[in-house]
Design a protein around this ligand. Structure first.
Ligand code: SF4
Length: 226
């Protein structure tokens, strides 16, 4: 899952750009997820869930053909991002906001060292937009956890990220990505190399297989330790 952040000051067309990108990347066959950074609270006053919250519920869940959770607590963005692959397999995660994070970004106003390109969403031609999609495909990367293993040919994850932003690095099979096992401590994902992931996965699977249970096939095991 690659991550793209859309940054810019208020009123410069961030949401306009996000919606265009969702459509553009979906048309290319990618599965897209989004996160919107909100400074205030989410408001659903006319919905039943909004009434539940107003009445004092600490967590509100809308469950049906779709599911959503409304939690009153701010969650660590890395916890949110690392939770997404557990819920849904997607190709690109587009984040509106979070300009201080080290994700590749498209800016609608002020640029920073992780900016791939600055654009004016209101005047993008079709040709410019198609080129932008190609840049996004080539220059974005996933959640880097700082394992700094050097296996991608760069000394650190940050060096790899900066080379990717410049267009000087290809997609890599980052050794710290979640493949077999994920470990989070206090909500923060811990980088695990493939060897450690394999040991954890095989050890826990072996333990679970010896337990009596109804399911015969194991697809995913979840363990939470407090
Ligand atoms: S392979 Fe991944 S974890 Fe290792 S240095 Fe490169 S980006 Fe960082």
């Amino acid at each position: 899952m690659k991550i793209l952040s859309i940054i810019g000051t208020k009123g410069t067309g961030k949401t306009t750009l996000v919606t265009k990108l969702i459509k553009g990347l979906t048309n290319k066959g990618y599965k897209i997820g989004t996160i919107k950074h909100a400074h205030g609270r989410f408001d659903f006053p006319s919905k039943d869930t909004g009434r539940h919250r107003k009445a004092g519920a600490k967590i509100v869940i809308g469950a049906g053909k779709e599911t959503f959770f409304l939690s009153p607590k701010e969650k660590n963005i890395k916890w949110i991002i690392s939770t997404i692959p557990i819920i849904e397999e997607i190709d690109f995660l587009i984040i509106e906001g979070f300009k201080k994070m080290e994700f590749a970004n498209i800016s609608t106003s002020i640029e920073n060292e992780f900016t791939i390109k600055k654009v004016d969403p209101f005047s993008l031609t079709d040709e410019e937009f198609n080129k932008l999609l190609q840049l996004i495909e080539k220059r974005t990367y996933g959640l880097l956890l700082g394992l700094n293993c050097g296996k991608c040919g760069f000394e650190s994850c940050k060096e790899f990220a900066q080379a990717k932003i410049r267009g000087d690095a290809d997609d890599i099979n980052c050794k710290s990505q979640f493949k077999k096992a994920m470990l989070r401590i206090n909500g923060n994902p811990i980088p695990l190399n493939p060897f450690v992931q394999k040991i954890m996965s095989k050890t826990i699977k072996g333990m679970v297989e010896s337990l009596q249970r109804e399911e015969t096939e194991i697809n995913k095991i979840e363990i939470i330790i407090k």
